[in-house]
Structure formats: C-alpha cells, structure tokens
Design a protein. Structure first.
Length: 154
C-alpha cells in the first residue's frame, strides 16, 4: 500500500498488550531502540510533536562500552520514557531475538529507572532497507509506531 506521495505506508503492529500505562503518556523526549546482536539503532522522538527520527547507531561489541554509550545518550537527552522493538513472526510467535530484546528492555528499566514500552517491530527493518543507517531508521519506525499508538490512546 502506498500513500499519496508514492511512499510505502507503514502498518502499525502495536499489540494490545503493548499499550502503555499513564506513566508513559507524559509529554517529553522518548528514545527508541532497535536491538541487534551487532548494533543498536537509536531514535529520538517527542510525544508533544508526535514525530520520531533516527539518532545514531551503537556498536554492541563491548558490553560495558555499549552501556556507557546508552548512558551518555540518556544523560544528554533526558528522556521521559524508552521504547524497545520486540521482534515476532507474522503469525505472532516469538522470533529468535525476542528473548534477547525483552532482556534488553528489562536491563534498560533496571539501569535507568525509566518506563520502557515494548513495541512489536515486525517488518521495521524491511521498511527501511534502503536507508543509509538501517538500524537507526528501524528504531525511528519502532518509535513512530509507539508515538502513533499512544496518541490514539491518550
């Protein structure tokens, strides 16, 4: 399906269980993550504007360096919430990365004491496969899905 400009439209795959609590409805900066075994795509968005954009990609090579990089981003942007993409197969069964992404979301909650929304990220990387920074662009798609879904449920 294409929009009026000819771009492919993105179908939101936010599952009912991923709708967020009122704590996540606060206006402010939100960081979104597309977790991978080699890289973590990061996006930034705002509930006030309802828009997300790619921010950066973090190499996941050294675990401590990864957490230092994530901590620096959180210190710099002071988000009110975080969103993590959780991969699932089209039939809604868990993907090979589902458990790792869930663990990453729990680690973010524990380390930074911020609410973390878990977003079904089906097809997010496929939608942005021609972008220069696929990981950060996929994170922006994930975060935009959450912003769109939370705006509809505010």
């Amino acid at each position: 399906m294409r929009d009026l400009t000819g771009h492919a439209t993105i179908r939101s795959f936010i599952r009912p269980s991923s709708f967020v609590s009122p704590r996540l409805m606060i206006d402010g900066v939100v960081l979104g993550f597309d977790f991978g075994t080699r890289r973590i795509g990061v996006a930034i968005g705002s509930r006030l504007t309802g828009r997300a954009r790619p921010l950066t990609t973090i190499d996941t090579g050294d675990g401590e360096v990864r957490w230092e990089s994530l901590g620096a981003l959180i210190d710099e942007w002071q988000p009110v919430a975080l969103a993590v993409g959780i991969p699932r197969h089209p039939d809604d069964t868990p993907h090979a990365m589902t458990t790792r992404c869930e663990r990453f979301a729990r680690q973010l909650e524990g380390r930074y004491r911020l609410p973390v929304a878990r977003i079904d990220e089906r097809y997010s990387s496929a939608v942005v496969e021609h972008e220069a920074d696929v990981d950060a662009a996929a994170a922006a798609v994930i975060l935009q899905q959450w912003l769109d879904g939370s705006a509809n449920n505010a």
